[in-house]
Design a protein around this ligand. Structure first.
Ligand code: BES
Ligand code: MN
Ligand code: ZN
Length: 498
């Protein structure tokens, strides 16, 4: 779907959407259209339950004499709550609504709203961004979908007073949406399509944007001593990959990069500690952390962010086989620390152990943020509303939390401490990969990872609950959500680009 910006005009085809704030207060555009329709819009509103609440819609067939299909009043909610996220939701919800109605085009009038924290131009860009995010669909394998179930929208025109300015404001958001879509695609693809080599091949495309992309294979990782990562991969016929992406848009001004590191388990069967059959297919999205890092690198490079950043993805397939790692095996990680593998299904932390150590060792980053679908326990704690945040640095935590709030990808911080750390001590090696007790599963996972970050300011985002959505939301259709891309993009924009 294409997004366009134009000055206000009565469209010649498709649907026309105008805003109404809470208390049935028509925006100036709604007022003008209502007049043009001899007040049939306001009359319809009065005779309905439509109050202009956020997410409410009311549709009126276009009167004879107008060539458009319908006029839709979109509820905007309370004017003083119309921030960027609210406008994005409006854009996304309109796309869903108009697709269901069957229009090919929609024109959305966005007015300057008194009391709104967002000016008209920014609001128009937000609506365009929300519309684009909401238009996403992963349907490349649906060859028999009936036409009347397919989305019809080809074009959304956002009408606003200064269209040229809104279009400029939208530019970077459009690049960001490309990054989010890349991540959603990678996460939604099945594991027979996205296996480690396939993922690193997809990452090669970032070269076109000026990103330096390398992929280390099994041999190179063996030389580096990355036996924690390699142990996870050893049961699979698919060769593991460490994807290393570097983009420096700082023109040499930032010597030390910031680093994003992703867990990329393209399929997590559990290995010899095999998972139950029920729901195992979901483990194709166990590479969502790596997917988010790749999408973020895409977004940053595409919008030419003024930042020096590396993106690292540790990519493996966790399979049971005659060559697979066994419970009780002891591996020597790249850091030199030894790990007793009690449960082969706690594999993400083994992958991250070497990926983070490598990142710190090679790039000396000023900070590291890892993203991982690490624990089922985080879904028990937080459900699908917040991702878990674990960090050795209060300032970094605050910056990430703030960025998440701004973009609607929220984080909730959990504690780390010596007492939790003790739970992963092993009687026979330096540590074991799971705690012997049953409690605090997400925290002990984070404690494990922390043993591989040295003194580098670090944050771990456990995204197991938020990487995949089972239901449609206005700007996040079901499937891979792309969680993390918007958050990291904002984190960079707000803190590292000046
Ligand atoms: N990839 C899973 C975590 C997960 C579960 C992600 C459900 C998304 C949805 C991870 O590798 C895993 O298996 N974790 C185990 C850890 C346990 C063995 C300590 C878990 O959460 O059960
Ligand atoms: Mn697992
Ligand atoms: Zn996993």
């Amino acid at each position: 779907m294409k997004i366009k910006f134009a000055e206000f005009a009565l469209p010649r085809s498709g649907a026309l959407v105008v805003g109404v704030t809470e208390g049935r207060k028509l925006t100036p555009s709604a007022e003008r259209v209502d007049l043009r329709m001899k007040r049939t819009l306001s009359r319809a509103i009065k005779n309905s339950r439509f109050k202009g609440e956020k997410g409410q819609f009311l549709e009126v067939a276009a009167p004879t004499g107008l060539s458009i299909t319908r006029v839709i009043a979109a509820g905007l909610g309370k004017a003083n709550e119309l921030n960027a996220l609210a406008w994005e939701s409006v854009g996304g919800a309109i796309v869903g609504r108009v697709n269901a109605a069957g229009d090919r085009d929609v024109a959305i009038a966005v007015d300057e709203i008194t009391d709104s924290p967002r000016d008209g131009t920014s609001a128009a860009a937000d609506v365009g961004f929300g519309a684009r995010l909401g238009s996403y669909r992963f349907d490349r394998y649906r060859t028999k979908e009936p036409a009347e179930k397919k989305p019809t929208l080809k074009m959304a025109t956002v009408m606003v007073k200064d269209a040229a300015k809104a279009k400029r404001a939208y530019g970077a958001k459009d690049r960001l949406a490309d990054g989010v879509f890349l991540t959603r695609n990678l996460v939604s693809e099945p594991a027979n399509v996205i296996f480690p080599k396939a993922l690193s091949e997809r990452a090669q495309a970032l070269k076109d944007l000026g990103v330096n992309v390398e992929a280390l294979g099994r041999e190179r990782m063996r030389e580096l001593g990355m036996n924690a990562l390699l142990g996870v991969a050893q049961g699979s016929a698919n060769e593991p990959q460490l994807i290393v992406m570097h983009y420096d848009g700082s023109a040499g001004a930032q010597e030390q990069p910031i680093a994003f590191v992703g867990k990329g388990v393209t399929f997590d069967s559990g290995g010899i500690s095999i998972k139950p059959a029920q729901g195992m297919e979901e483990m194709k999205w166990d590479m969502a952390g790596a997917g988010a890092v790749i999408g973020t690198m895409h977004a940053l490079a595409a919008r030419k962010a003024k930042v020096n950043v590396v993106g690292i993805a540790g990519v493996v397939e966790n399979m049971p086989s005659g060559t697979a790692q066994r419970p009780g095996d002891i591996v020597r990680s790249m850091s030199g620390q030894t790990i007793e593998v009690i449960n082969t299904d706690a594999e993400g932390r083994l992958v991250l152990a070497d990926a983070l150590w490598y990142t710190a060792d090679r790039f000396k980053p000023r900070l590291m943020v890892d993203l991982a679908t690490l624990t089922g326990a985080i879904i028990i704690s937080l459900g699908d509303q917040y991702a878990g945040l674990f960090s050795n640095d209060d300032d970094l935590s605050e910056k990430l939390t703030k960025a998440g709030k701004a973009v609607g990808e929220e984080l909730w911080r959990f504690p780390l401490s010596k007492a939790y750390d003790k739970l992963i001590d092993s009687p026979i090696a330096d540590m074991q990969n799971i705690s012997s007790g049953r409690g605090a599963g997400s925290i002990t996972g984070a404690q494990f990872i922390q043993r591989f970050v040295g003194k580098v300011p670090w944050a771990h985002l456990d995204i197991a609950g938020v990487a995949w959505s089972k239901n449609d939301r206005p700007t996040v259709p079901k499937g891979g959500t792309g969680f993390g891309v918007r958050l990291l993009d904002r984190f960079v924009a707000d803190n590292f680009e000046s």
